[in-house]
Write a protein that binds this ligand. Structure first.
Ligand SMILES: [Zn+2]
Length: 402
């Protein structure tokens, strides 16, 4: 959108600007934000605001950076509502249902997959998500992984090759051959559309040797590293991620003291500003949807690890695109403070994607922000399930009013 836009009459401005005052969220009162050419051009006291072509009245609502959802699986077909119902009736979650979605995804047309990504991307945007990572991982053939990423790249810069999501049925008795294919022709076909590579390092998925080999192949062609780790039980995934310098290890539901020490040793973005740490990305929607114990966020935070929150939006274990829902779970079930949860859902997600242009509102950042129908960020956890997001700006462009 051309011209400048001044957002004012803000009840509380969350900047995540740790250089200033207002705690780790960088909260400012009586502030205004000037947006120009898709970027934040100025943040300061409303009384000093520069002239602008247009004005957006926040009507006393809180203004926050757009959410950064750093973990989502949006390229798929079909749903698994019946599996969810069976689980709620007492059946355990094993991860085996991924293969159900693989079958449906392979059978779908490009346009069907594209329509699903567009629908979920829009759903997330209306709930304040302005940056979203999108993984492949339901194709699991060379052609289907490449097309999943090609479609994902139409919607985000943060695309992740997850050919190592699960060993597909046709390779069930020869996983070494599958890993060879992931590292060979599948990676070659996927890499042009991917920024990241990810592995599901878990009992029943990929063991640590396979995970290490796959991550090394991805790193060799310039992809950044992410790991699905320690979701279903303790395991080597978190420490492998730290050892290889992964941007994020995701789930972190079952951690030993050594895992926590390893994560904390990579640094604390919360207090030190942007630096390439290995972020612990917590996905409480998965624990909610599989009725599992939640990760111990307090132990991670108190040890000094950098924590992000993301949705893990996928049709099997966490079919939510709602970051406010994840914030409410983090506060209620994982004992994060509302400020820690909001930071983790914005700046934390940006750290997990090694980006400093999103997740904060300061001069030069992308003009991605939301206006709440509430005076403070506290209401995101205090009023769960309520559509509090009145307006979203993405690249400075107001999205549809709800
Ligand atoms: Zn996932």
């Amino acid at each position: 959108m051309r011209g400048s836009l001044l957002v004012d009459n803000i009840g509380e401005l969350v900047t995540n600007d740790i250089g200033g005052e207002g705690g780790p969220l960088g909260i400012r009162r009586h502030a205004a934000v000037l947006v120009e050419d898709g970027q934040v051009a100025w943040v300061g006291p409303a009384r000093d605001a520069p002239a602008a072509d247009r004005r957006l009245d926040a009507e006393g609502g809180a203004v926050l950076p757009g959410f950064v959802d750093s973990h989502a699986h949006l390229v798929f077909a079909g749903d698994r509502a019946a599996e969810f119902a069976a689980r709620m009736a007492g059946e355990p979650y094993t991860g085996g249902g991924i293969r159900t979605t693989v079958g449906a995804t392979r059978a779908a047309s490009d346009d069907e997959l594209r329509d699903t990504v567009r629908r979920l991307r829009g759903e997330a945007m209306r709930q304040g998500t302005t940056t979203i990572e999108i993984k492949s991982g339901y194709g699991l053939t060379v052609a289907d992984e490449a097309r999943s990423l090609r479609i994902a790249a139409e919607f985000t810069e943060d695309t992740t090759f997850l050919g190592a999501h699960v060993v597909p049925a046709e390779y069930a008795d020869r996983p070494d051959d599958y890993v060879g294919m992931v590292c060979g022709p599948m990676l070659a076909a996927a890499a042009p559309y991917a920024r990241w590579i990810d592995v599901f390092c878990e009992r029943g998925a990929f063991d640590v040797d396979h995970a290490r080999a796959i991550l090394a192949c991805g790193q060799a062609v310039g992809l950044g590293l992410r790991v699905h780790a320690n979701q279903l039980g303790p395991g080597p995934g978190v420490q492998l991620g730290v050892e290889l310098g992964a941007a994020s290890v995701d789930h972190c539901t079952h951690l030993t003291d050594a895992d926590i020490d390893a994560l904390a040793s990579t640094g604390t973005t919360w207090v030190s500003g942007f630096e390439p740490t290995t972020v612990a990305t917590l996905l409480p929607g998965a624990e909610f949807s599989t009725r599992s114990p939640y990760p111990d966020a307090r132990r991670l935070l108190d040890a000094g690890a950098t924590v992000a929150l993301a949705t893990d939006c996928n049709p099997g274990s966490s079919y939510t695109s709602s970051m406010p829902f994840c914030i409410a779970l983090a506060v209620r079930e994982m004992r994060m403070t509302p400020a820690e949860a909001v930071w983790a859902a914005t700046a934390g997600g940006a750290a997990a994607l090694r980006r400093n242009d999103v997740g904060r509102l300061a001069r030069g950042a992308r003009a991605d922000l939301m206006i709440l129908d509430a005076p403070s960020h506290l209401h995101l956890a205090y009023r769960p399930g309520v559509p509090l997001i009145r307006q979203v700006l993405h690249n400075g462009v107001p999205q549809c009013r709800l």
